[in-house]
Structure formats: C-alpha cells, structure tokens
Write a protein that binds this ligand. Structure first.
Ligand SMILES: [Fe+2]
Ligand SMILES: [Fe+2]
Length: 212
C-alpha cells in the first residue's frame, strides 16, 4: 500500500490529470461490452436518435466519474472511499461501452462534457464534505435518478437497436447495485434542496448533451 502523503498541489494535479484523461482519452473497459451481436439495420432517423441518446448517456458517465472523484477527495472515510473507487471502476466500463457504441453509430461525444465534469466534481466534493450519511445518501439518490433515466431511454430507443439497449440494461443493473451498496453502508435521506439541485443538473445535462 502506498503510504506517501500527498500535498494539496499533488492532489490538485492528480485531479486535473484524471479529468483530462476522462475528457480526452478513450476509456478501456475491464468487462466486455454487453452489446448484442451486430447486424441491426436502423433507419437514418433511428441511428441519429440512438446516437443522441447514447451521447447523453456518455455524458452521464463522464459526470459519474467526476462525482465519484470529487466525493472520494473530500469524504475522508476509508470505507466510503473504497466503495466509491469500486463503483467508479464499473462506471469506467459504462463510459467505455457508451464511447464504443457512439462510434458504431457514427455519433460524437458532447462538447459540453468539460462543463458537466466540473459541475459534477463540485457537487460530489460538496456531498463528500457533508459527512458520511449525506455522502452515501447522495450516491443512493444519484443512482436512483440514473436508473430511472436509463429506463426512460430504453423506452425511447427503437426496439431494433438491441446493441444500445443491452448496454443500457447492464448499466441499469450496475447502478441499482451501486445504490443498494450505498444504502447498506448507511445512506441518510437528502435535504430536499440538494435533491432538487441534482434533478435540475441532470435535466440540464440530458437536454444539453442531446443537442450539443
Ligand atoms: Fe454508470
Ligand atoms: Fe453507478
């Protein structure tokens, strides 16, 4: 185990490095993509719709990296930090699967991702600083909102797009597990204003990344 202590500047540089990697480098998944075998035939309109929806989901996973990263920085609780790092590794799979599918669909990632990363990092860091119960409550609420968002996207996708659907299905399954883990560790109910801020952020992101 690495026992070196890092100065605030070291940590800041580490965070900047991580942000640049998430925003610019291709992600590598530890698990193979759950996408069904290729061979679907989508109309041009459906391909464009799928690319837009997968761009939104990709942005959501960029934000997830930032949320976990921000929270791990301020939570100062080793048990939470371990759970966050484990979940972040699965979120990295999601990021890679969405990237892959976007490329297959001839789509592009959102130009707004740096904005979502910065905002989510700040939100995660604030939640981590509010103590164990709220920090875990924040994870639980995030995962709950993502899960219901993914359900909505699965309904909007053309049924012929089995590859995107299989990815969203596996992501939804993982998000449920992340939320359940946070509940087991002791998630507290969140203040209404924080829940509202989260919902607003997610709405902004969903709309923004759909078009840009
Ligand atoms: Fe995810
Ligand atoms: Fe998750």
């Amino acid at each position: 185990m690495d026992t070196r202590s890092f100065s605030p500047i070291d940590r800041l540089l580490g965070e900047i490095d991580k942000a640049i990697k998430v925003l610019t480098a291709p992600a590598h998944a530890a698990r193979e993509t759950p996408a069904a075998p290729a061979g679907e035939s989508l109309s041009e309109a459906d391909r464009i719709l799928s690319a837009r929806l997968m761009r939104v989901n990709h942005s959501g996973e960029v934000a997830a990296q930032a949320l976990y990263q921000g929270q791990a920085l301020t939570s100062r609780d080793p048990e939470i930090e371990t759970a966050l790092r484990q979940a972040a590794a699965e979120e990295n799979d999601h990021l890679a699967w969405c990237q892959l599918r976007l490329a297959e669909l001839d789509g592009r990632t959102s130009a707004l991702n740096p904005l979502w990363y910065a905002g989510s990092f700040a939100l995660g860091a604030a939640a981590g600083a509010l103590g164990r119960g709220i920090g875990l409550g924040f994870v639980e609420e995030t995962e709950r909102q993502v899960e219901s968002h993914l359900q909505g996207h699965m309904q909007r996708l053309n049924p012929a797009d089995q590859r995107s659907r299989a990815i969203l299905e596996q992501m939804k399954h993982d998000e449920m597990r992340h939320g359940a883990k946070a509940a087991t560790l002791g998630a507290a109910p969140l203040p209404g204003v924080l829940r509202m801020a989260m919902r607003l952020t997610s709405r902004l992101m969903t709309r923004g990344s759909y078009w840009l």
